[in-house]
Design a binder for this molecule. Structure first.
Ligand code: NAG
Ligand code: NAG
Ligand code: NAG
Length: 440
Protein backbone atom coordinates (compact mmCIF):
# COMPACT_ATOMS: atom_id res chain seq x y z
CA UNK A 1 0.00 0.00 0.00
CA UNK A 2 2.68 2.47 1.10
CA UNK A 3 4.82 1.45 -1.87
CA UNK A 4 1.96 2.03 -4.22
CA UNK A 5 1.32 5.51 -2.83
CA UNK A 6 4.99 6.29 -3.13
CA UNK A 7 5.15 5.01 -6.69
CA UNK A 8 2.12 7.07 -7.61
CA UNK A 9 3.46 10.19 -6.01
CA UNK A 10 6.78 9.65 -7.78
CA UNK A 11 4.96 9.53 -11.11
CA UNK A 12 2.97 12.57 -10.13
CA UNK A 13 6.14 14.43 -9.17
CA UNK A 14 7.71 13.39 -12.45
CA UNK A 15 4.73 14.72 -14.39
CA UNK A 16 4.84 17.93 -12.43
CA UNK A 17 8.52 18.41 -13.20
CA UNK A 18 8.15 17.60 -16.89
CA UNK A 19 5.19 19.97 -17.19
CA UNK A 20 7.02 22.81 -15.54
CA UNK A 21 10.08 22.11 -17.67
CA UNK A 22 7.97 22.78 -20.74
CA UNK A 23 7.41 26.39 -19.65
CA UNK A 24 10.54 28.46 -19.44
CA UNK A 25 10.27 29.96 -15.95
CA UNK A 26 12.40 32.91 -17.00
CA UNK A 27 10.11 34.11 -19.74
CA UNK A 28 6.66 33.17 -18.45
CA UNK A 29 4.54 36.28 -18.94
CA UNK A 30 3.49 38.32 -15.92
CA UNK A 31 -0.16 37.74 -16.85
CA UNK A 32 0.20 34.29 -15.31
CA UNK A 33 0.83 35.77 -11.92
CA UNK A 34 -1.46 37.71 -9.66
CA UNK A 35 -1.64 41.47 -10.09
CA UNK A 36 0.52 42.27 -7.11
CA UNK A 37 2.55 39.08 -6.71
CA UNK A 38 6.00 39.28 -8.27
CA UNK A 39 8.82 36.80 -8.62
CA UNK A 40 11.99 37.49 -6.67
CA UNK A 41 15.12 36.10 -8.25
CA UNK A 42 18.44 35.54 -6.67
CA UNK A 43 20.95 37.73 -8.50
CA UNK A 44 22.81 34.63 -9.75
CA UNK A 45 19.66 32.73 -10.76
CA UNK A 46 19.70 31.48 -14.37
CA UNK A 47 16.71 33.79 -14.95
CA UNK A 48 18.66 36.84 -13.83
CA UNK A 49 20.67 38.77 -16.43
CA UNK A 50 23.46 38.89 -13.82
CA UNK A 51 23.95 35.14 -13.52
CA UNK A 52 27.56 34.09 -14.07
CA UNK A 53 28.41 32.19 -17.27
CA UNK A 54 29.62 29.23 -15.24
CA UNK A 55 27.92 28.81 -11.87
CA UNK A 56 30.19 28.08 -8.93
CA UNK A 57 29.04 26.06 -5.96
CA UNK A 58 26.49 27.84 -3.79
CA UNK A 59 28.87 27.49 -0.85
CA UNK A 60 31.49 29.54 -2.70
CA UNK A 61 28.83 31.95 -3.88
CA UNK A 62 27.80 32.62 -0.30
CA UNK A 63 31.42 32.92 0.81
CA UNK A 64 32.06 35.46 -1.95
CA UNK A 65 28.92 37.45 -1.34
CA UNK A 66 29.53 37.57 2.41
CA UNK A 67 32.85 39.32 1.86
CA UNK A 68 30.88 42.48 1.05
CA UNK A 69 28.80 42.36 4.23
CA UNK A 70 31.20 44.39 6.41
CA UNK A 71 30.96 47.32 3.96
CA UNK A 72 27.20 47.08 3.92
CA UNK A 73 26.85 46.83 7.69
CA UNK A 74 29.11 49.85 8.18
CA UNK A 75 27.05 51.70 5.61
CA UNK A 76 23.77 50.75 7.33
CA UNK A 77 25.16 51.89 10.68
CA UNK A 78 26.05 55.25 9.22
CA UNK A 79 22.78 55.90 7.36
CA UNK A 80 21.48 59.17 8.64
CA UNK A 81 18.70 61.01 6.92
CA UNK A 82 19.61 64.15 4.96
CA UNK A 83 23.31 63.62 5.50
CA UNK A 84 25.27 63.23 2.32
CA UNK A 85 28.51 61.38 2.47
CA UNK A 86 29.93 60.34 -0.81
CA UNK A 87 32.88 58.07 -0.21
CA UNK A 88 35.82 57.79 -2.55
CA UNK A 89 35.14 54.63 -4.46
CA UNK A 90 37.95 52.19 -4.90
CA UNK A 91 36.63 50.92 -8.23
CA UNK A 92 38.17 47.55 -7.41
CA UNK A 93 35.00 45.73 -6.47
CA UNK A 94 33.73 43.13 -8.86
CA UNK A 95 31.08 41.51 -6.71
CA UNK A 96 27.54 42.77 -6.43
CA UNK A 97 26.27 43.58 -2.95
CA UNK A 98 22.83 43.10 -4.30
CA UNK A 99 21.35 39.70 -3.65
CA UNK A 100 17.79 39.68 -5.01
CA UNK A 101 16.27 41.19 -8.13
CA UNK A 102 12.74 41.94 -9.35
CA UNK A 103 11.51 42.20 -12.91
CA UNK A 104 9.66 45.50 -13.34
CA UNK A 105 8.72 47.82 -16.20
CA UNK A 106 9.25 51.55 -16.16
CA UNK A 107 7.63 54.13 -18.44
CA UNK A 108 5.08 53.93 -21.26
CA UNK A 109 5.55 51.68 -23.16
CA UNK A 110 7.19 49.73 -20.33
CA UNK A 111 10.96 49.24 -20.38
CA UNK A 112 12.05 46.01 -18.67
CA UNK A 113 14.52 46.44 -15.80
CA UNK A 114 15.83 43.90 -13.29
CA UNK A 115 15.93 46.03 -10.18
CA UNK A 116 17.50 45.04 -6.90
CA UNK A 117 15.23 44.82 -3.89
CA UNK A 118 16.54 46.71 -0.85
CA UNK A 119 14.56 46.96 2.39
CA UNK A 120 17.04 49.42 3.88
CA UNK A 121 16.74 52.08 1.15
CA UNK A 122 13.86 54.37 0.30
CA UNK A 123 14.43 56.13 -3.02
CA UNK A 124 14.52 53.95 -6.10
CA UNK A 125 16.99 54.74 -8.86
CA UNK A 126 17.81 53.42 -12.30
CA UNK A 127 20.63 54.14 -14.74
CA UNK A 128 19.38 56.52 -17.42
CA UNK A 129 20.62 57.06 -20.96
CA UNK A 130 23.69 59.24 -21.00
CA UNK A 131 24.82 58.00 -17.59
CA UNK A 132 28.57 58.03 -16.93
CA UNK A 133 29.89 54.77 -15.55
CA UNK A 134 26.65 52.75 -15.95
CA UNK A 135 26.39 49.46 -17.81
CA UNK A 136 24.63 49.07 -21.13
CA UNK A 137 21.05 48.48 -19.96
CA UNK A 138 19.61 51.88 -19.17
CA UNK A 139 16.19 53.47 -18.95
CA UNK A 140 15.54 55.83 -21.87
CA UNK A 141 13.32 58.70 -20.70
CA UNK A 142 12.87 60.15 -24.20
CA UNK A 143 10.88 57.12 -25.39
CA UNK A 144 8.41 57.21 -22.50
CA UNK A 145 5.25 59.27 -22.92
CA UNK A 146 4.59 59.42 -19.17
CA UNK A 147 8.06 60.58 -18.05
CA UNK A 148 8.51 63.90 -16.23
CA UNK A 149 11.44 65.42 -14.40
CA UNK A 150 10.75 66.95 -11.00
CA UNK A 151 11.80 70.39 -9.86
CA UNK A 152 13.32 71.59 -6.62
CA UNK A 153 10.07 73.21 -5.52
CA UNK A 154 8.30 69.82 -5.54
CA UNK A 155 7.56 68.49 -2.07
CA UNK A 156 9.00 65.09 -3.00
CA UNK A 157 12.33 66.74 -3.76
CA UNK A 158 12.68 67.85 -0.13
CA UNK A 159 12.22 64.22 1.00
CA UNK A 160 15.11 62.71 -0.94
CA UNK A 161 18.30 61.91 0.95
CA UNK A 162 21.34 63.81 -0.34
CA UNK A 163 19.28 66.35 -2.27
CA UNK A 164 21.12 69.37 -3.64
CA UNK A 165 19.06 72.35 -4.69
CA UNK A 166 19.97 76.01 -4.87
CA UNK A 167 18.54 78.22 -2.11
CA UNK A 168 16.10 79.67 -4.63
CA UNK A 169 14.59 76.18 -5.10
CA UNK A 170 14.50 76.66 -8.83
CA UNK A 171 15.52 74.12 -11.42
CA UNK A 172 15.61 70.32 -11.54
CA UNK A 173 15.92 68.27 -8.34
CA UNK A 174 19.37 66.66 -8.14
CA UNK A 175 20.68 64.34 -5.45
CA UNK A 176 23.82 62.38 -4.60
CA UNK A 177 23.73 59.28 -2.47
CA UNK A 178 26.34 56.92 -1.16
CA UNK A 179 25.50 53.26 -1.43
CA UNK A 180 26.79 49.99 -0.08
CA UNK A 181 29.72 51.54 1.76
CA UNK A 182 32.00 52.10 -1.22
CA UNK A 183 29.95 53.60 -4.04
CA UNK A 184 27.82 56.58 -4.94
CA UNK A 185 25.32 57.84 -7.48
CA UNK A 186 24.44 61.24 -8.77
CA UNK A 187 20.87 61.45 -10.08
CA UNK A 188 17.92 63.70 -10.87
CA UNK A 189 14.53 63.06 -9.33
CA UNK A 190 11.92 62.18 -11.96
CA UNK A 191 8.55 60.45 -12.17
CA UNK A 192 7.06 57.84 -14.46
CA UNK A 193 4.73 54.83 -14.43
CA UNK A 194 6.03 51.77 -12.66
CA UNK A 195 4.57 48.39 -13.65
CA UNK A 196 4.71 45.64 -11.05
CA UNK A 197 3.28 42.43 -12.52
CA UNK A 198 -0.19 43.62 -13.61
CA UNK A 199 -0.36 46.72 -11.43
CA UNK A 200 0.60 50.20 -12.57
CA UNK A 201 1.85 52.83 -10.14
CA UNK A 202 1.42 56.20 -11.88
CA UNK A 203 3.76 59.15 -11.18
CA UNK A 204 6.22 57.03 -9.25
CA UNK A 205 9.16 59.23 -8.14
CA UNK A 206 12.65 57.78 -8.57
CA UNK A 207 16.18 58.83 -9.37
CA UNK A 208 17.40 58.88 -12.94
CA UNK A 209 21.14 58.25 -12.54
CA UNK A 210 23.54 60.57 -14.37
CA UNK A 211 26.79 59.18 -12.95
CA UNK A 212 27.97 56.34 -10.76
CA UNK A 213 31.22 55.70 -8.92
CA UNK A 214 32.25 52.44 -7.32
CA UNK A 215 31.34 48.84 -7.91
CA UNK A 216 28.35 48.28 -5.63
CA UNK A 217 25.72 50.07 -7.66
CA UNK A 218 23.15 47.56 -8.91
CA UNK A 219 23.51 47.45 -12.71
CA UNK A 220 19.83 47.95 -13.56
CA UNK A 221 18.81 50.00 -10.55
CA UNK A 222 17.42 49.60 -7.09
CA UNK A 223 13.90 49.44 -5.74
CA UNK A 224 13.76 50.89 -2.22
CA UNK A 225 11.40 48.99 0.06
CA UNK A 226 12.41 50.90 3.21
CA UNK A 227 9.89 52.65 5.42
CA UNK A 228 10.81 56.28 4.66
CA UNK A 229 8.76 58.75 2.63
CA UNK A 230 9.97 58.03 -0.93
CA UNK A 231 10.02 54.25 -0.71
CA UNK A 232 7.79 52.11 -2.90
CA UNK A 233 5.57 51.32 0.09
CA UNK A 234 5.11 54.97 1.05
CA UNK A 235 4.37 55.99 -2.54
CA UNK A 236 1.77 53.26 -3.06
CA UNK A 237 -0.37 53.65 0.08
CA UNK A 238 -3.59 54.11 -1.98
CA UNK A 239 -2.84 50.86 -3.84
CA UNK A 240 -1.22 48.61 -1.22
CA UNK A 241 -2.08 50.26 2.13
CA UNK A 242 1.47 50.06 3.49
CA UNK A 243 1.63 46.27 3.61
CA UNK A 244 3.95 43.91 1.78
CA UNK A 245 5.74 40.64 2.33
CA UNK A 246 8.45 38.63 0.66
CA UNK A 247 9.79 35.14 0.64
CA UNK A 248 13.45 34.99 -0.35
CA UNK A 249 14.46 31.86 -2.23
CA UNK A 250 17.35 29.79 -0.98
CA UNK A 251 20.66 30.21 -2.82
CA UNK A 252 20.76 26.44 -3.17
CA UNK A 253 17.87 25.68 -5.51
CA UNK A 254 18.37 26.05 -9.22
CA UNK A 255 15.44 28.17 -10.36
CA UNK A 256 15.67 30.34 -7.28
CA UNK A 257 12.40 32.17 -7.46
CA UNK A 258 10.62 33.65 -4.46
CA UNK A 259 7.86 36.22 -4.27
CA UNK A 260 7.08 39.78 -3.32
CA UNK A 261 3.43 40.34 -2.39
CA UNK A 262 2.13 43.87 -2.23
CA UNK A 263 -1.06 44.80 -0.38
CA UNK A 264 -3.14 43.21 2.36
CA UNK A 265 -5.15 40.78 0.26
CA UNK A 266 -2.81 37.83 -0.16
CA UNK A 267 -0.94 38.01 3.13
CA UNK A 268 -0.89 35.13 5.62
CA UNK A 269 -3.76 35.34 8.09
CA UNK A 270 -1.91 33.55 10.86
CA UNK A 271 1.61 34.78 11.50
CA UNK A 272 3.70 35.55 14.57
CA UNK A 273 4.58 39.23 14.79
CA UNK A 274 6.78 41.64 16.69
CA UNK A 275 6.40 45.45 16.83
CA UNK A 276 8.45 47.53 14.41
CA UNK A 277 10.43 50.28 16.12
CA UNK A 278 10.89 53.66 14.52
CA UNK A 279 14.15 55.56 14.51
CA UNK A 280 13.68 59.16 13.31
CA UNK A 281 17.42 59.40 12.57
CA UNK A 282 17.35 56.34 10.32
CA UNK A 283 13.82 56.45 8.88
CA UNK A 284 14.45 53.82 6.17
CA UNK A 285 15.43 50.99 8.49
CA UNK A 286 13.16 48.29 9.88
CA UNK A 287 14.16 48.08 13.52
CA UNK A 288 12.80 45.29 15.70
CA UNK A 289 13.28 44.48 19.37
CA UNK A 290 15.64 41.51 19.55
CA UNK A 291 15.64 40.59 23.23
CA UNK A 292 17.82 37.48 23.31
CA UNK A 293 19.38 34.57 21.43
CA UNK A 294 19.31 30.89 22.37
CA UNK A 295 21.68 28.17 21.25
CA UNK A 296 19.88 24.86 21.64
CA UNK A 297 17.71 25.27 24.74
CA UNK A 298 20.13 27.66 26.38
CA UNK A 299 19.52 31.41 26.45
CA UNK A 300 22.94 32.93 25.81
CA UNK A 301 24.05 35.20 28.66
CA UNK A 302 24.67 38.71 27.30
CA UNK A 303 25.83 41.95 28.90
CA UNK A 304 22.82 43.82 30.24
CA UNK A 305 21.21 46.28 27.77
CA UNK A 306 23.56 45.25 24.95
CA UNK A 307 20.60 44.63 22.61
CA UNK A 308 18.68 47.76 23.63
CA UNK A 309 17.26 49.97 20.91
CA UNK A 310 18.66 53.49 21.07
CA UNK A 311 17.41 55.92 18.41
CA UNK A 312 20.12 58.49 19.08
CA UNK A 313 23.10 56.16 18.62
CA UNK A 314 21.32 53.92 16.10
CA UNK A 315 21.90 50.87 18.30
CA UNK A 316 19.53 47.96 17.96
CA UNK A 317 18.56 45.30 15.46
CA UNK A 318 17.25 45.60 11.91
CA UNK A 319 15.93 43.18 9.31
CA UNK A 320 17.75 43.69 6.01
CA UNK A 321 17.40 42.09 2.58
CA UNK A 322 20.85 43.11 1.32
CA UNK A 323 23.22 41.63 3.92
CA UNK A 324 24.06 37.97 3.37
CA UNK A 325 24.80 36.54 6.81
CA UNK A 326 23.49 37.79 10.14
CA UNK A 327 25.90 40.09 11.93
CA UNK A 328 25.82 40.74 15.63
CA UNK A 329 27.94 43.35 17.34
CA UNK A 330 31.13 41.81 18.62
CA UNK A 331 30.22 41.00 22.28
CA UNK A 332 26.90 39.48 21.21
CA UNK A 333 28.41 37.41 18.43
CA UNK A 334 31.26 36.22 20.66
CA UNK A 335 28.81 34.97 23.29
CA UNK A 336 26.64 33.14 20.73
CA UNK A 337 29.66 31.65 18.98
CA UNK A 338 31.27 30.48 22.24
CA UNK A 339 28.05 28.77 23.31
CA UNK A 340 27.77 27.12 19.90
CA UNK A 341 31.41 26.01 19.88
CA UNK A 342 31.11 24.53 23.36
CA UNK A 343 28.68 21.96 21.94
CA UNK A 344 30.95 20.85 19.10
CA UNK A 345 33.33 17.90 18.81
CA UNK A 346 36.69 18.06 17.05
CA UNK A 347 38.55 21.04 15.69
CA UNK A 348 36.89 24.35 14.86
CA UNK A 349 38.26 26.00 11.72
CA UNK A 350 37.68 29.27 9.83
CA UNK A 351 36.70 29.86 6.26
CA UNK A 352 36.24 33.34 4.77
CA UNK A 353 33.73 35.26 6.87
CA UNK A 354 32.98 32.17 8.94
CA UNK A 355 34.98 31.50 12.09
CA UNK A 356 33.07 28.48 13.37
CA UNK A 357 33.36 25.64 10.88
CA UNK A 358 33.33 22.00 11.93
CA UNK A 359 33.35 18.43 10.71
CA UNK A 360 29.74 17.30 10.24
CA UNK A 361 30.69 13.63 10.63
CA UNK A 362 31.59 14.06 14.32
CA UNK A 363 28.89 16.71 14.80
CA UNK A 364 25.66 15.26 13.48
CA UNK A 365 23.56 17.18 16.01
CA UNK A 366 24.46 20.88 15.76
CA UNK A 367 22.19 22.97 18.03
CA UNK A 368 19.48 25.20 16.57
CA UNK A 369 19.62 28.94 17.09
CA UNK A 370 16.51 30.80 18.27
CA UNK A 371 16.04 34.54 17.91
CA UNK A 372 13.80 36.01 20.61
CA UNK A 373 11.92 39.18 19.71
CA UNK A 374 9.26 41.03 21.69
CA UNK A 375 6.23 38.75 21.38
CA UNK A 376 7.83 36.34 18.87
CA UNK A 377 10.40 33.55 18.94
CA UNK A 378 11.95 32.41 15.67
CA UNK A 379 13.67 29.02 15.73
CA UNK A 380 15.97 29.06 12.74
CA UNK A 381 15.90 25.79 10.81
CA UNK A 382 19.28 24.11 10.19
CA UNK A 383 19.51 25.49 6.64
CA UNK A 384 19.17 29.02 8.04
CA UNK A 385 21.78 28.45 10.73
CA UNK A 386 24.54 26.54 8.96
CA UNK A 387 26.04 26.51 5.54
CA UNK A 388 27.26 23.16 4.31
CA UNK A 389 30.11 22.64 1.91
CA UNK A 390 29.11 20.47 -1.02
CA UNK A 391 32.58 18.99 -1.44
CA UNK A 392 33.63 18.03 2.10
CA UNK A 393 31.88 17.07 5.35
CA UNK A 394 32.19 20.63 6.58
CA UNK A 395 29.62 23.10 7.83
CA UNK A 396 29.94 26.59 9.28
CA UNK A 397 27.79 28.68 11.58
CA UNK A 398 26.37 31.17 9.07
CA UNK A 399 26.70 34.26 11.24
CA UNK A 400 29.51 36.65 12.03
CA UNK A 401 30.55 39.64 13.99
CA UNK A 402 29.72 43.14 12.72
CA UNK A 403 32.82 45.15 11.74
CA UNK A 404 34.30 46.18 15.04
CA UNK A 405 34.67 49.94 14.64
CA UNK A 406 33.20 53.12 16.10
CA UNK A 407 29.99 52.76 14.11
CA UNK A 408 29.41 49.23 15.30
CA UNK A 409 26.11 49.43 17.13
CA UNK A 410 23.77 47.65 14.75
CA UNK A 411 22.76 43.98 14.62
CA UNK A 412 21.56 42.94 11.18
CA UNK A 413 19.28 39.95 10.56
CA UNK A 414 20.40 39.04 7.06
CA UNK A 415 18.95 37.20 4.09
CA UNK A 416 20.48 33.76 4.62
CA UNK A 417 18.56 33.62 7.90
CA UNK A 418 15.35 34.82 6.20
CA UNK A 419 15.32 32.41 3.25
CA UNK A 420 12.24 30.22 2.95
CA UNK A 421 10.32 32.36 5.42
CA UNK A 422 7.55 34.82 4.65
CA UNK A 423 8.56 38.17 6.11
CA UNK A 424 5.57 40.47 6.50
CA UNK A 425 6.02 44.24 6.78
CA UNK A 426 2.85 45.84 8.09
CA UNK A 427 3.36 49.58 8.38
CA UNK A 428 -0.29 50.23 9.23
CA UNK A 429 -0.08 48.27 12.45
CA UNK A 430 3.69 48.84 12.76
CA UNK A 431 4.61 45.18 13.05
CA UNK A 432 6.80 42.61 11.37
CA UNK A 433 5.72 39.00 10.93
CA UNK A 434 7.76 35.87 10.23
CA UNK A 435 6.42 32.47 9.17
CA UNK A 436 8.10 29.48 7.57
CA UNK A 437 7.26 28.97 3.93
CA UNK A 438 8.91 27.04 1.16
CA UNK A 439 9.20 29.77 -1.41
CA UNK A 440 11.21 28.00 -4.07
C1 NAG B 1 27.14 65.24 -6.84
O1 NAG B 1 27.94 64.50 -7.73
C2 NAG B 1 28.36 65.27 -8.87
C3 NAG B 1 29.08 64.31 -9.79
O2 NAG B 1 29.98 63.51 -9.10
C4 NAG B 1 29.23 66.43 -8.42
O3 NAG B 1 29.60 67.20 -9.54
C5 NAG B 1 28.41 67.27 -7.45
O4 NAG B 1 29.22 68.28 -6.94
C6 NAG B 1 27.90 66.43 -6.31
N1 NAG B 1 27.02 67.25 -5.50
C7 NAG B 1 27.06 67.21 -4.16
C8 NAG B 1 26.06 68.08 -3.48
O5 NAG B 1 27.83 66.52 -3.53
C1 NAG C 1 12.25 45.49 24.13
O1 NAG C 1 11.95 44.38 24.93
C2 NAG C 1 12.36 44.52 26.27
C3 NAG C 1 12.12 43.19 26.98
O2 NAG C 1 10.80 42.75 26.83
C4 NAG C 1 11.59 45.65 26.91
O3 NAG C 1 12.02 45.82 28.25
C5 NAG C 1 11.88 46.93 26.11
O4 NAG C 1 11.09 47.98 26.63
C6 NAG C 1 11.54 46.73 24.64
N1 NAG C 1 12.02 47.91 23.91
C7 NAG C 1 11.24 48.60 23.09
C8 NAG C 1 11.87 49.76 22.45
O5 NAG C 1 10.08 48.29 22.85
C1 NAG D 1 29.53 15.19 19.91
O1 NAG D 1 29.73 13.80 20.20
C2 NAG D 1 28.82 13.26 21.18
C3 NAG D 1 29.26 11.84 21.49
O2 NAG D 1 29.37 11.11 20.31
C4 NAG D 1 27.40 13.33 20.63
O3 NAG D 1 26.48 12.85 21.60
C5 NAG D 1 27.07 14.78 20.29
O4 NAG D 1 25.77 14.87 19.70
C6 NAG D 1 28.10 15.35 19.34
N1 NAG D 1 27.86 16.77 19.13
C7 NAG D 1 27.24 17.26 18.06
C8 NAG D 1 27.12 18.74 17.96
O5 NAG D 1 26.79 16.57 17.16
Amino acid sequence: MTHRVMALSTIFLFLLISTSNAIDPCTSPPSQSDGSDLSILHIYSPCSPFSPPRPTSWFNTVLNMATKDPNRVTYLSSLVSQKTSVPIASGQQILQTANYVLRVKLGTPGQLMFMVLDTSSDTAWVPCSGCTGCSSTVFTPTTSSTYQSLDCNEQRCTQVRGQSCPATALGPCFFNQSYGGDSSISASLVQDSLRLALDIVPNYAFGCINAVAGGSIPKQGLLGLGRGSLSLISQTVPLYNGIFSYCLPSFKSYYFSGSLRLGAASQPKIIKTTPLLQNPHRPSLYYVNLTGISVGKKLVALPIDILTFNPSTGAGTIIDSGTVITRFIEPVYAAVRDEFRSRMNGTITSLGAFDTCFDTEVNPAAPLVTLHFSGMDVVLPVENTLIHSSATPLACLAMASAPNNVNSVLNVIANLQQQNHRILFDLVNSRLGIARENCN
